[in-house]
Design a protein around this ligand. Structure first.
Ligand SMILES: [Zn+2]
Length: 403
């Protein structure tokens, strides 16, 4: 088979032929022309058209590489007269509108951009970053339109802040399948209204469990719209609140120390928050020295935190509930204001926390998704635009089909 025919077949061209092939050292250029008499497609409605008006300037599209050299298609599109849309530029079969790369290259770029950062993907194919962004946008739009639905049973609702600016996105996951199902800006009642509007009553019916943070907006909306579902407060969010309480105690202690005492206390933030089995030997030694001052508020806070964490290990509700109630009593009498507040919050959400012991389906699933999203925001090259950030999250977490 001649190379021209091969390219024509590979691109699935019916109304076009390859007229010339330039085999250069840097790239292979295939010049394309229409076969006279064959129908073209309208760029507006994609319907068949036969009347051509005049020719536009030549354009180039990058395609996949032939061995190590990129293939470039060169073609001057026609303006066509469509009975429906009037005069339009024709739709070429190898690429969508405004695309500078072919659909085939777009698909492989989008696939690689799931593995690598977009910058690395651009470097790998010798494209500029914007072309990769456009490719991922297209792939995500395609994927969202071709999603296959399975009944949602375990939802996870989480929020991520965009940059330090406290601007939030609410993310909703199908925790059973570990994939994102919905994204909305902000985290207020309006966001939840939009989510439930999107969800619709039919999809809502199958939901049995919702994992989320003790955030009143989420909790109220779930209780109202999904009365059949159990709410489970996610371990990872509860621990965040717990660590915040420890940190508040630490800062209060710091304020009360004299200059001399401060030197031993400096840079201990992570010592108090880390799980003990993650501490290095040196950290363990430092912590045990600090813990000798038993009556220090921070030491009491530390022991309370560690005692709380034991709750997660209980397998039987008959044991976990008395344990937690006992802990709550101790925290409420600890004379540590942040722990008194934390205990009050836990009491208000006790059902959803005790359920953890029975419904361990989603253990760590929400945290896993949250970590994945964090990685994306750390790769924050140019994610200043919120829709680019959202696209990146969809691409990595949506488990969307690729074109
Ligand atoms: Zn048309």
């Amino acid at each position: 088979m001649r190379m021209e025919t091969f390219i024509r077949k590979a691109l699935g061209l019916k109304a076009y032929k390859v007229t010339e092939l330039e085999d250069g050292p840097e790239r292979v250029v295939a010049r394309i022309d229409r076969i006279p008499g064959r129908h073209l497609r309208c760029g507006g409605c994609e319907g068949k058209v036969s009347l051509v008006v005049h020719r536009q300037a030549e354009r180039e599209w990058r395609d996949l590489s032939l061995r190590d050299r990129p293939l470039v298609l060169v073609y001057a599109p026609w303006r066509v007269r469509c009975p429906v849309c009037g005069v339009r530029v024709e739709k070429v079969p190898w690429a969508g509108r405004w695309q500078r790369i072919t659909d085939a290259l777009l698909a492989v770029v989008a696939r690689l951009a799931r593995r690598l950062s977009w910058k690395e993907t651009a470097q790998h194919y010798g494209l500029d970053w914007k072309t990769v962004v456009a490719a991922v946008h297209k792939a995500v739009a395609w994927g969202l339109g071709h999603r296959r639905w399975k009944p949602l049973r375990v939802l996870g609702i989480d929020e991520v802040s965009r940059s330090k600016g406290q601007r939030y996105l609410t993310l909703v996951y199908d925790l059973e399948r570990g994939r994102l199902v919905w994204v909305g800006e902000n985290r207020d009642a309006e966001t939840m209204r939009r989510f439930f509007e999107w969800l619709g009553p039919r999809r809502a019916r199958s939901i049995l469990i919702v994992c989320c943070d003790m955030w009143a907006v989420y909790v109220d909306a779930i209780r109202e719209k999904l009365p059949q579902a159990f709410i489970v407060f996610d371990r990872f969010h509860v621990v965040q609140h717990l660590n915040r309480a420890v940190d508040e105690v630490r800062r209060e202690c710091w304020r009360q120390l004299t200059g001399e005492e401060r030197s031993a206390f400096k840079k201990t933030r992570w010592l108090w928050l880390k799980n003990p089995w993650n501490l290095r030997a040196e950290e363990k030694r430092r912590l045990s020295i600090l813990c000798r001052q038993v009556n220090q508020p921070i030491v009491r806070a530390y022991y309370l935190k560690e005692a709380f964490q034991r709750f997660w290990d209980y397998k039987a509700p008959g044991w976990s509930e008395p344990y937690l109630r006992h802990w709550l009593w101790a925290a409420s009498h600890s004379r540590l204001a942040p722990f008194v507040r934390f205990a009050r919050m836990i009491r208000q959400h006790l059902d959803g926390i005790l359920r953890w012991t029975q419904l361990s389906v989603a253990n760590g699933a929400l945290e896993g998704m949250n970590n994945k999203v964090k990685v994306i925001s750390h790769r924050a090259y140019g994610f200043r635009k919120v829709d680019t950030y959202i696209t990146a999250i969809w691409h990595a977490c949506g488990d969307l089909p690729l074109p």
